[in-house]
Design a protein around this ligand. Structure first.
Ligand code: AGP
Length: 647
């Protein structure tokens, strides 16, 4: 949930690290800091008097308010607040970090210890010679604190991460002939939990040590310089050649090269991966927010997801990532789909698609519930895990549990090389490109298209005729154009949002394929506008939620012209009869619904199975405009992070 970066090379490190942290700020943004290596000892700059006091006591050195000491060592600048406020602290640090050509940086999403200067990373060893940044959670930190306390270690922060730097220091000093790498390796074999770390030390300058277990870490290979980051976003502008670290691996990086070894000290042969996205893809391309850019990217993304997979000329689907396991998938007794949040909503639509097309029984579980309810799953079953980031802890745990019990696990991920992608038996990437906005949009529609292609691949020559498959392929092929038409209604949707921006609650209703879309629409509004919203199957309204209906309650009803249209119309009448205000999502040309609803957002007509990919677009835009009209920061909504890597 934090973002970490590192650099070693010839360039000035501090500006590089700061820029890298800005690119990772969607991972966490409550405090930030960097440490650069000059040579000898370490100091704290920009921290408040209270922190300086604590550091002086711990470090046993005298630092003036500027914290300057003339001995060039590892210099740390850290502060509560976002990366911009760190930038200000750096500017005000009298060149404390200038001239250094290696360093590490961190932007935080607090788990242990509230956002503050002293809990910000990097954390330093008692003598100031080691600095460490950490993404993840050290589960046995409390016990280690007690142990280290017995050896006289004092703690400056309330974080779990700080134990790691003191543990490395202790092992390095207490084990004869120990060196930096050995001390880090030893420490990592003692800690439990998830980590992505970068460590530097003035005792062995010009060496950057990194390691991962559960939290993502990528090394960027440049010409005589190396970049490290939680994901490739900060690296692509410098190099396209990257090495993805796997769990239990550490990297030793100097200016002359890098080696990757297991925590058990075995050298690992790691291939280089060529990044397939451009810097501009992670820029805003003229949109005010990444979320709006990503909503408007969906027509192209849909083409990318289907490219080489929807084979209209051959009337079939080609999914290379599961081709060898397709038969086993088809023979599955049962398919269990596990995911969280928006990915779980995509999974619900996957259930409808696979059961309708391939006639294989499907159940959908919240990954966090699946892992603790002692589920019945075994060799005859197939689990599909869906995750944009590929790093969501609960989904990863559900995957590992299912594998343990002998089920085959298929992954649907967006981030190439992510942990879930690498730990599944096979899978499909959604090719949606980097999704920066915390509220998932293009990744959701890409996930639903992948699930549609999977259902069609499972059904071919089994439960669907060639003609039926060809029909469905044509529908998929027409999708991008249809979505473009919906995006043309952008202005009208903005004015509808104007009418409802002050609402305190919303209810979303849908039937069949559009029930999960109602859930997704409600989630989008909740997470970026902070308005309470619920999604419900339309027919369920009478069993409770109808009690909520009055003129204050906007009700969004997804009502395309399909088999349940008449039923949904009566649901709208039930809402209107109680004074509710209705926003309907309807099929272009439907004038009847205009008589009933207060506002209508139109989508092109289409087959029922395609409708989620059309009806969700106006809901994404509605939530975006309601949130921006309320002045919310939609790219960095409060309390949320793009990738939830702890349970
Ligand atoms: C969706 O907008 C949210 N960001 C969140 O619910 C997200 O879908 C969930 O955390 C799952 O993330 P994943 O797809 O990366 O596993």
């Amino acid at each position: 949930m934090c973002g970490i970066v590192g650099y070693i090379g010839q360039q000035e490190a501090a500006p590089l690290l700061l820029k890298g942290l800005q690119r990772l700020e969607y991972r966490g943004y409550d405090s930030a800091g960097i440490a650069v290596q000059h040579g000898g000892r370490c100091e704290g700059v920009g921290a408040t008097g209270e922190v300086l006091g604590a550091m002086n006591d711990v470090l046993g050195v005298r630092c003036d308010e500027k914290g300057m000491e003339d001995d060039a060592g590892v210099r740390v600048v850290k502060r509560k607040g976002n990366v911009a406020s760190l930038g200000k602290a750096l500017a005000g640090s009298n060149g404390a970090v200038s001239g250094a050509t290696m360093g590490i940086g961190h932007t935080r999403w607090a788990t242990h210890g509230d956002p503050s200067d002293r809990n910000a990373h990097p954390h330093m060893s008692a003598d100031g010679s080691i600095a460490l940044i950490h993404n993840g959670i050290i589960e046995n930190h409390a016990a280690l604190r007690v142990e280290l306390g017995k050896h006289g270690y004092e703690f400056v922060s309330d974080t779990d991460s700080e134990v790691l730097v003191h543990l490395i220091d202790h092992l390095w000093k207490s084990i004869p002939f120990m060196n930096f790498e050995g001390a880090v390796r030893e420490a990592l074999s003692i800690v439990d939990g998830a980590y992505g770390i970068c460590v530097i030390s003035s005792r062995e300058p010009d060496k950057l040590l990194v390691a991962r277990n559960g939290s993502p870490l990528v090394i960027g290979v440049g010409d005589g310089e190396y970049f490290v980051a939680s994901d490739a976003a900060p690296i692509v502008e410098h190099t396209r050649r990257v090495v993805y670290l796997s769990d239990g691996e550490m990297g030793v990086i100097t200016r002359d090269g890098y080696t990757v070894k297991s925590i058990g000290n075995i050298v690992c042969e790691k291939g280089l991966t060529e990044l397939d996205f451009d810097l501009e893809e992670i820029e805003k391309a003229g949109f005010e927010h990444f979320m709006l850019k990503e909503i408007f990217e969906q027509p192209e993304v849909m083409q990318d997801v289907m490219r080489g997979r929807v084979r209209l000329d051959e009337g079939r689907i080609q999914l290379g990532g599961i081709a060898d396991q397709l038969e086993r998938l088809r023979e599955a007794k049962r398919i269990v789909i596990c995911a969280c949040g928006t990915s779980w909503h995509a999974g619900l639509i996957g259930e409808y698609l696979i059961e309708e097309f391939a006639r294989i029984p499907v159940e959908v579980d919240y990954a966090s519930e699946f892992r603790y309810r002692s589920p019945i799953v075994g060799p005859g079953d197939v689990m599909i895990v869906i995750s944009q980031s590929g790093e969501t802890a609960d989904t990863l745990a559900a995957l590992r549990l299912a594998k343990e019990k002998g089920a085959m696990v298929v992954g649907i991920c967006n981030v190439v090389g992510s942990t879930i992608a690498r730990e599944t038996d096979c899978g499909m990437y959604t090719h949606a490109g980097p999704e920066i906005g915390v509220a998932s949009t293009k990744a959701f529609t890409a996930q639903v298209i992948v699930l549609t292609m999977l259902a069609l691949a499972l059904s071919k020559d089994r439960t669907m005729t060639d003609g039926e498959v060809m029909d469905a392929l044509r529908c998929l092929n027409d999708l991008p154009e249809r979505v473009k038409r919906i995006l043309d209604y952008n202005g009208e949707i903005q004015s509808i949002a104007e009418e409802y921006k002050d609402a305190r609650n919303f209810l979303y209703l849908g039937r069949g394929y559009n029930f999960p879309v109602a859930l997704e629409g409600a989630l989008k509004l909740k997470e970026i506008s902070y308005i309470h919203a619920e999604g419900y199957p339309a027919a369920e309204m009478k069993h409770g939620p109808i009690a909520l209906i009055d003129e204050e309650m906007p009700v969004v009803v997804i009502a395309p012209k399909d088999d349940t249209y008449q039923k949904v119309l009566s649901n709208i009448q039930e809402v209107k009869a109680r004074g509710g205000r209705v926003i309907a999502i309807a099929t272009e040309g439907d004038e009847e619904i205009r008589e009933l609803a207060d506002h209508v957002m139109y989508v092109p007509e289409g087959k029922a199975f395609m409708m989620p990919l059309l009806t969700v677009i106006p809901l994404q835009l509605l939530s975006y405009y309601v949130a921006t009209l309320r002045g919310c920061d939609v790219d960095r909504p409060r309390n949320l992070a793009k990738s939830v890597t702890v349970e």
